[in-house]
Ligand binder design. Structure first.
Ligand SMILES: N[C@@H](CCC(=O)N[C@@H](CS)C(=O)NCC(=O)O)C(=O)O
Length: 190
């Protein structure tokens, strides 16, 4: 079974938003066809009970969760693409006591796979989805400007397309490093 399932049908532009996003980020996903025109399936009691009480498409199923609303699904997916780096950095750098090395090794494997996908994608276009920056870029860079020492590996040094993309985003008017833009750094000694 694929990692993501999308309840959808081809004529739904709302579902297409989510389907396109899944494809553009290279997700492992499969469509679950909903018979909207024939049986009016989204309005059936079973669909409302088991898939979406609003009786609508699209619905994204992932890790036991079901999300409706195409905008919510897009935001969720944009966050997921980079989802392992945040916990990894926290467990390695801030957690007390430090995390089990086996947990870090598991997360690092996922991170390496995700970074390779992003790096490959960025070899073909200036920003994640095309010529202009979008919320997908903002979501992905969330953890990427933090110092290499906090991760224990240097992401821009190891992924040249990511490095150029980070510089491109850095050049946008208003860009600031997270430690300059938000209060609370450095952490007080605890
Ligand atoms: N705000 C929702 C709208 C979803 C929506 O309207 N979906 C249509 C298909 S395009 C639907 O399932 N309608 C059910 C019905 O009309 O019974 C979203 O963005 O996902």
């Amino acid at each position: 079974m694929a990692e993501y399932q999308l309840y959808c049908f081809a004529q739904s532009g709302n579902a297409y938003r989510a389907a396109l996003m899944l494809n553009l980020i290279g997700a492992d996903w499969e469509p679950i066809w909903v018979d909207f025109f024939g049986k009016g399936e989204p309005r059936s009691p079973q669909y409302r009970a088991n898939v979406n009480e609003m009786g609508e498409v699209p619905v994204l199923a992932h890790q036991g969760k079901k999300l409706s609303q195409s905008g919510v699904i897009l935001t969720y997916l944009a966050e997921k693409v980079n989802g392992f780096l945040g916990p990894y950095r926290f467990l390695r750098c801030f957690a007390k006591p430090p995390a089990d090395p086996a947990v870090l090794a598991f997360l690092k494997g996922r991170i390496d796979t995700n970074l390779a996908i992003i790096d490959k994608r960025l070899s073909r276009r200036p920003f994640v989805l095309g010529a202009r920056p979008t919320i997908a870029d903002l979501s992905l860079v969330g953890y990427l400007y933090y110092p290499a020492e906090e991760f224990g590996f240097d992401i821009p040094a190891q992924h040249k397309n990511i490095a150029v993309w980070l510089d491109r985003i850095k050049a946008l008017p208003g860009w600031k490093h997270p430690y300059d833009l938000m209060p609370g750094h450095p952490l007080p000694d605890r």
